[in-house]
Design a binder for this molecule. Structure first.
Ligand SMILES: Nc1nc2c(ncn2[C@@H]2O[C@H](COP(=O)(O)OP(=O)(O)OP(=O)(O)O)[C@@H](O)[C@H]2O)c(=O)[nH]1
Ligand SMILES: [Mg+2]
Length: 279
């Protein structure tokens, strides 16, 4: 089946994402594809963590609700202090009502005052005052028919520079060892050499392709290779050395074998050593 596509424009997606801290959206459910029913919604969206429900109506309004806790059909109403309703046509200070909560029941997304897929159809039940106090004209333009309903999972971005700093400042527990050596082992074409190139590019701040990569019937890497990873312009090495190996091949006499791996782990194999099958 082809990938299910979002109805959000780039600008609408940007507006939604700006409501969260470093978030990205991943489409879980689309009513026109999966069905306008509570059960199809729960099949796709239960136990997915924070989600955002996005409704579209003929008035051209895009509105919905965010919950930071799981939909799980527990039968309970959930207090969620991060939950809110929104409408993209309103300025953010007007639309984020930041009250609680949602009903964890087997209906469509149920925010108390707003229930989507009501009676397993394209209708929305709108009762301001239940959990949320909102102006129906502002939220959905008093148009309670859905032309689409989508539910997205919120994906949090790890803070990239923080992750890089953690790696840069990492030190092995044993003080006599200054660097960790990471052995890259895997089948031919798994992406071992590319992994080193990617890591190196990220830390240097520009694209580098020091290790030869590519696709062939047998391993493109033909030598054991140890690569220090340099950090940015200062060319300061990271506390990591990546050890790239030839790919594992099906034929017992080809590629890297278990004896070679044992020798590498014991520290008996030097940089640029060519294993026997490549002589
Ligand atoms: N789509 C995709 N292709 C990748 C990825 N990583 C590597 N490749 C491609 O896969 C092919 C093999 O990548 P290499 O990095 O040479 O793989 P390798 O594990 O070093 O292979 P050998 O040295 O032959 O054992 C290349 O054409 C890469 O461009 C990836 O994450 N995604
Ligand atoms: Mg390789």
């Amino acid at each position: 089946m082809s990938a299910v596509k979002s109805n959000l424009s780039k600008e609408q997606e940007r507006m939604l994402c700006s409501m969260f801290d470093r978030a990205k959206l991943s489409l879980l459910f689309k009513a026109s594809v999966h069905g306008y029913s509570g059960s199809s919604f729960h099949q796709k969206c239960d136990n997915q963590g924070p989600t955002i429900t996005v409704a579209y109506n003929n008035s051209g309004l895009v509105y919905g609700g965010y919950v930071s806790k799981d939909f799980a059909q527990t039968g309970q109403d959930v207090y969620d202090e991060k939950a809110f309703l929104f409408s993209l046509d309103c300025r953010s200070e007007d639309i984020i009502l930041r009250q609680c909560s949602f009903y964890n029941v087997n209906t469509g997304p149920n925010f108390g005052g707003l229930v989507f897929l009501n009676n397993n159809g394209t209708q929305v039940s709108s009762k301001p005052g239940t959990f949320y106090n909102f102006d129906p004209a502002l939220i959905h333009g008093n148009d309670l028919n859905l032309i689409e309903l989508e539910v997205y999972r919120e994906i949090k971005y790890a803070h990239f520079s923080e992750l890089m700093e953690t790696i840069k400042s990492w030190k092995p527990i044993i003080t006599s060892v200054s660097k960790a050596q990471v052995l890259l082992v895997g089948p031919v074409g798994a992406g071992k050499s590319s992994f080193f190139n990617s890591l190196s590019s990220v830390f240097r701040g520009h694209v580098t392709s020091q290790a030869v990569t590519g696709s062939a019937g047998t391993s493109v890497t033909t030598k054991f290779h140890t690569y220090p990873v340099m950090s940015d312009k200062s060319r300061k090495p990271l506390p990591l050395i990546l050890c790239d190996t030839m790919g594992l091949e099906g034929d017992v006499n080809a590629g890297l074998d278990m004896e070679d791996i044992t020798s590498i782990l014991q520290g008996h194999v030097q940089d640029r050593y060519q294993v026997s099958s490549y002589h």
